[in-house]
Design a protein around this ligand. Structure first.
Ligand code: AMP
Length: 227
């Protein structure tokens, strides 16, 4: 039975940062729907062209397009033991489709860390966010600056500011999140998978809470040797 961790929370709560750290510690693949869309836009694919028209407005990409992209990603060999999902599912229809995919993959959602923060913190964090062109590593000019301004510590690639990280757009994305993604908190709460975490704590603290909950989640996989 493979292990899936679904990270929930508004833009700027720290899902991407936690997904990177957790993937390294658990050796599970990091699957970010936003990164997959951005990769497609960079490679000028048809999927990228469709996604861009929604992302530019801070709206969600249609469910059918998103679900197909994630399914194609999850059948790749690096997801055989499971994955950390960052940004998917984001609507009830995506969560239902994900259940069907999980049955096919013989996987289950072991844990859903739901990371929260106040709107002002979300706006401040995303407004100062810089993203690496090559692999999507994330920095923040105040909270987590790179060693050299404008350059990724890990791969030396250029850092850029995403268009949808500008303030007005962030506020709009938060509203979209409240309307379309918040129902998933209840969905996974009913399934007994949610742990709610205050995302205003230090990122190390957030990681520790998730890892601790994972050990107690009843996952079929024993993470203790890896973490
Ligand atoms: P993120 O990098 O997760 O903040 O996502 C950036 C943008 O990609 C979002 O504002 C959406 O336009 C799109 N996106 C990412 N994940 C999804 C998803 N699961 N469903 C629909 N759209 C998504």
């Amino acid at each position: 039975m493979s292990t899936f961790i679904v990270l929930l929370g508004p833009p700027g709560a720290g899902k991407g940062t936690q997904a990177e750290i957790l993937a390294e510690k658990t050796k599970l693949a990091h699957v970010s729907s936003g990164d997959l869309f951005r990769e497609n836009i960079k490679n000028q694919t048809e999927l990228g062209r469709i996604a861009k028209s929604f992302m530019d407005k801070g709206e969600l990409v249609p469910d059918d397009v998103t679900i197909k992209m994630i399914k194609d990603r999850l059948v790749r060999p690096d997801c055989e033991t499971g994955a950390i999902l960052d940004g998917f599912p984001r609507t009830p229809a995506q969560a239902d489709a994900f259940e069907v995919i999980l049955t096919e993959l013989k996987g289950r959602v072991d844990l859903v860390p739901y990371i929260t923060a106040s709107e002002e913190v979300l706006v401040a964090r995303t407004g100062g966010r810089w993203t690496c062109r090559a692999h999507g590593h994330i920095y923040n000019q105040t909270y987590n600056p790179p060693k050299q301004s404008g350059v990724c510590d890990f791969d030396g690639s250029e850092l850029y500011q995403r268009d949808d990280d500008k303030e007005e757009m962030v506020r709009h994305r938060i509203r979209v999140y409240l309307k379309q993604t918040m129902p998933l908190v209840e969905y996974y709460r009913k399934a007994g998978r949610i742990i709610e975490i205050d995302g205003m704590q230090a990122k190390e603290k957030v990681t520790a809470i998730v890892l601790d909950a994972l050990k107690n989640s009843g996952s079929r996989r024993d993470f203790s040797a890896e973490m």
